[in-house]
Design a protein around this ligand. Structure first.
Ligand code: NAP
Length: 246
């Protein structure tokens, strides 16, 4: 299978890309700039493809989608890149996965990194600063939005398997050295959802933690909230979510 992993220069993205390469998949890695190539040097040496672009920047995000489309249709995309704080939170954690989803050739499987912290997110969409121009974004809100995007895609694109993963609180650069969960388990569910033929992995609309489905925040399955989110993202980006396969 051909699988794109965003944010693969470090942490869970690097671990997922490495594991998928080891399993013999055709992996495409992504870094924010050429200065970050050192982070994927080992993966490139083992044959990974590459796309480059800063996902906090809308035009570079479109360019990343273009580079990926030039490589060819992905069988799966793991939307892993993320930030915990600052003005990039909404652009990187929500806007970029939305734009990539709407503009890349449609894969068979989509996996998005959520977080247990999405439960503390606020299901409010009025006056959201999608560009991060006025204020730092709220991480919990961003993960509630992206988990809701997953549920919307599962409803609107029934031919695509779309799932969200809480990887646990693990000691990556984002998680910090005191994170209590097992780093070795942090990437397994995403890689499994992207590639496995297990009947459980061939389901859509799930919110997963360590190989098991859990109930997400109650607003996630709310179709009106999903539609409002899609409308807000389409309005901000100028890119509607296509209904027909692209
Ligand atoms: N670690 C945890 O405990 C935990 C818990 C729940 C959810 N998650 C989620 O898991 C995902 C991976 O997190 P992690 O712990 O592996 O974090 P990490 O070690 O900080 O890695 C984040 C990755 O995202 C990339 N990235 C950030 N901003 C970017 C941008 N503007 N453009 C392109 N790439 C960008 C980073 O690139 P650079 O290296 O160039 O910065 C890096 O490759 C995130 O979505 C996170 O929210 C993590």
């Amino acid at each position: 299978m051909r699988i794109l992993v965003t944010g693969s220069a470090d942490g869970l993205g690097h671990a997922a890309a490495e594991a998928l390469l080891d399993e013999g998949h055709d992996v495409v890695v992504h870094v924010r700039s050429h200065e970050r190539l050192a982070g994927v040097e080992d993966l490139l040496r083992h044959g990974a493809g590459l796309v480059v672009g800063d996902l906090s920047d809308l035009s570079q995000t479109h360019d990343v989608a273009g580079q990926a489309n030039e490589i060819g249709r992905m069988d799966a995309v793991i939307h892993n890149a993320g930030v915990y704080s600052g003005r990039d939170v909404l652009p990187v954690n929500v806007v970029a996965p939305y734009v990539l989803t709407a503009t890349m050739r449609r894969p068979d499987r989509l996996v998005y990194l959520s977080s247990g912290m999405h439960r503390g997110g606020r299901p409010v969409l009025d006056h959201v600063d999608w560009a991060g121009a006025r204020q730092a974004g709220n991480y919990s809100d961003s993960k509630l939005y992206v988990t809701t995007l997953v549920a919307a895609l599962a409803r609107l694109w029934p031919e695509v398997l779309s799932n969200a993963v809480d990887p646990g609180w693990v000691p990556t650069r984002m998680g910090g050295p005191a994170a209590p969960d097992d780093l070795r388990l942090g990437h397994l569910t995403q890689a499994w959802l992207a590639t496995s033929q297990d009947p459980e992995a061939l389901t859509s609309g799930g919110y997963w933690h360590h190989g098991r489905r859990h109930d997400p925040h109650p607003s996630v399955p709310d179709a009106r909230f999903q539609d409002k989110l899609l409308a807000a993202l389409a309005d901000y980006t100028g890119v509607p979510l296509p209904t027909a396969a692209v």
